[in-house]
Design a protein around this ligand. Structure first.
Ligand SMILES: Cc1cc2nc3c(=O)[nH]c(=O)nc-3n(C[C@H](O)[C@H](O)[C@H](O)COP(=O)(O)O)c2cc1C
Length: 191
């Protein structure tokens, strides 16, 4: 029986070698409380059997969706290897220690950006954003930048993972893993 996380690691390692950039970029699909979907790219910043982690502003649209409806889907498409991975499951916030540890690894500019951005809310002008950035920079001058209370990570715990590999004549290969009480069920799907 294949471990889907080991298979993910194998494919991800290959994608890191072959993608021209952002091999950790994935589409994140959410739906609001009424079931209306939306999708955007985020970066995978941690993964393992516990789940797949990304970081974001908790007052933006995706966070609003996830806090109201904690089901989401992730999609990797690695063009260089003609592969797709689809991951679905429940999402919840990471703990503060995990978010703090990751925030500390970010560049100072990114840390300041997390304070300066009211993600997903209307911005009157680019200058208004730059002014806020400057104000934040001045505020933290000479000291460390703390993690904003509205900035953290979400972890998606997968219930279903599907690996899609392009094959000749459109005879693509689809392997699907579904979480059971004591492990994973593995199967194939018609392409
Ligand atoms: C390649 C790529 C990676 C991105 N990574 C992130 C990310 O890790 N976190 C994030 O909040 N936004 C990221 N963004 C921006 C999001 O796609 C999106 O514009 C923003 O988070 C607002 O989404 P929302 O309005 O649905 O909350 C990324 C965009 C691209 C194109």
């Amino acid at each position: 029986m294949t471990d889907p996380f080991a298979l993910f690691d194998e494919w991800y390692a290959q994608a890191r070698e072959t993608e021209i950039n952002d091999s950790n970029a994935m589409a994140l699909a959410t739906a609001d409380a009424q079931g209306r979907p939306s999708v955007r790219m985020v970066l995978l910043k941690g993964h393992g059997p516990d789940g797949f982690i990304f970081y974001t502003n908790f007052e933006g649209r995706k966070a609003g969706d996830l806090l109201a409806n904690p089901h989401a889907a992730l999609l990797f498409h690695w063009k260089s290897v003609r592969r797709q991975i689809r991951i679905e499951g429940r999402v919840g916030p990471v703990d503060d220690a995990t978010a703090d540890a990751y925030f500390a690894t970010r560049s100072r500019d990114s840390q300041l950006g997390a304070w300066a951005s009211d993600q997903s809310r209307p911005l009157p002008s680019r200058d208004a954003f730059m002014d806020r950035y400057e104000a934040v920079r001045a505020r933290f001058e000479g000291g460390p930048v703390s993690r904003p209370p509205h900035w953290s990570g979400f972890r998606l715990t997968p219930e279903r993972i599907e690996f899609w590999q392009d094959r000749e004549h459109r005879l693509h290969e689809r392997r699907v893993f579904t979480r059971q009480e004591n492990g994973w069920n593995e199967g194939l799907l018609y392409p």
